[in-house]
Write a protein that binds this ligand. Structure first.
Ligand SMILES: Cc1cc2nc3c(=O)[nH]c(=O)nc-3n(C[C@H](O)[C@H](O)[C@H](O)COP(=O)(O)O)c2cc1C
Length: 194
């Protein structure tokens, strides 16, 4: 995490819900074949991409990068300022591409960084582009200290007609040490039929 975000992350940490690990919670498992699994993610600085790639390895599913037509500013402070306005306003940026064969997918993992306590705006756009009825959706989040914050609630509202399994948040700065945690995240939720 870059130093400039320390204060934002520290503020976020105050609002962290400790529910994100769902220790005692029983999570329903779904049976699925690899070709019916989609892992869609947005990533600005690579952490969520890394998590998505691990989930892909553990499922054999298809990766889809959620990319806005207009890239976010490369300068971190400018990105943080733009994101603040967009997140507060519920802005949905136009995306570069759509999943052409969404019908083929039964389980969709959706990855986002925690941006200003919620999902990054391109993920909101992605969710509004499809009808998820009959599908199972699973959110994963990477964060800079603020944990899940409002991401799960906002996700659940955005795809209310889907079957929603328990979301999980991962520390962005530790993501490269979280392979086994990511594997468990997958195995606690789906059973891959070969
Ligand atoms: C615009 C912006 C806003 C952020 N807001 C938060 C926040 O509210 N809480 C938090 O814990 N981390 C926040 N972060 C840190 C990111 O959630 C964290 O670094 C994440 O792992 C980045 O994922 P990525 O590398 O896939 O983009 C923010 C980062 C950016 C760039």
């Amino acid at each position: 995490m870059k130093p400039k975000l320390m204060s934002l992350a520290a503020a976020g940490a105050m609002f962290t819900s400790f529910g994100c690990t769902a220790a005692a919670e029983k999570i329903e498992k779904v049976n699925v074949t690899p070709e019916k699994v989609l892992i869609a993610y947005f990533s600005y600085s690579g952490n969520t991409r890394y998590a998505a790639e691990q989930i892909q390895k553990n499922t054999g599913g298809t990766l889809f990068e959620i990319k806005p037509v207009k890239d976010y500013p490369a300068k971190y402070d400018d990105c943080v300022a733009q994101a603040k306005k967009e997140c507060n306003g519920g802005f949905k940026p136009e995306l570069v591409s759509t999943v052409k064969n969404m019908d083929q997918y039964e389980v969709i993992f959706v990855g986002t960084p925690n941006w200003w306590y919620t999902m990054a705006p391109p993920v909101l756009s992605f969710l509004s582009n499809y009808d998820f009825s009959g599908k199972t959706v699973i959110l994963f989040v990477t964060h800079g200290g603020g944990g899940m914050a409002n991401c799960e609630n906002d996700f659940n509202k955005a795809c209310s007609n889907a079957k929603i399994l328990k979301a999980q948040a991962f520390s962005g700065s530790n993501i490269k040490k979280a392979d086994s945690e990511l594997k468990k995240f997958v195995n606690d939720r789906i059973i891959i039929k070969q």
